[in-house]
Design a protein around this ligand. Sequence first.
Ligand code: BTN
Length: 261
Amino acid sequence: MSPGGSETGNSEENQSFHGYRIIHYDTVASTNDIAKEIAKKNREEKIVVLAEKQTSGKGRLGRRWISPKGGVWLSLILRPKLSLEDASKLTFIMSLSVAETIRNMFGLTAEVKWPNDILIKNRKICGILAEANSEDQTLESIVVGVGINANVDLGAFPASLRSGLTSLRRELGHEIKRRDLVQRLLQTFERNYQRMQRGLWKALLQKWKSQAPFLGRQVQVKIFNEIFSGVAHDIGEDGALIVKLESGKLKRVVAGDMTLL
Ligand code: BTN
């Protein structure tokens, strides 16, 4: 992919795939931040901010997201007719779409992990960061950020992180065409997004769960300073993780970190 952008943040609006207008940058701090700025300024939706490299990529819970050249770092601006509480459904729709795209394009067993990870052989290949913008409790827009370790050199990551990560290049033994991946992902996402808007959320969640091998397994959950373990019992219709504690009680987790034990 060759961008029209520069390190100063200039960009060239050069492509459109499956109804999504792509704004392609070379280097940015964070595609999510640029997308949020754009969303504030105009009412358009289905814009994709794509960058070759991010200098301050953002992960969940205020974490840093290392984004060297070779990855797919993009953020979608959407304006779905959803309540604020339902905005998190977009994370599921996107993680399902990433997993489906990787499976269909490369035949790799990509799996989802609550709330927003896509794994291959238990190593993280992709993370998603959705950020909602609301006014008076109404969802105005949502930016769905996607980071896929496509052709990245894993040597660029700190050694402490490396064992938990993988890339498509590592799994396949060769580089992939990132442009094709972006096109297929947008196509798959659009199909799933339309289904969600047609009221097929339950079926989509069911599909997500069918690619979620952590369900039924022993997990540890961290919510701020609270840590507990149990069996990952189910995902509620609102996207909450339902953990079965040793006592048999079910505990709902809306946001937090989950690790397989
Ligand atoms: C996570 O797993 O913690 C979420 C990572 C999300 C990373 C992507 S990369 C593109 C977009 N821009 C960002 O700054 N973050 C998201």
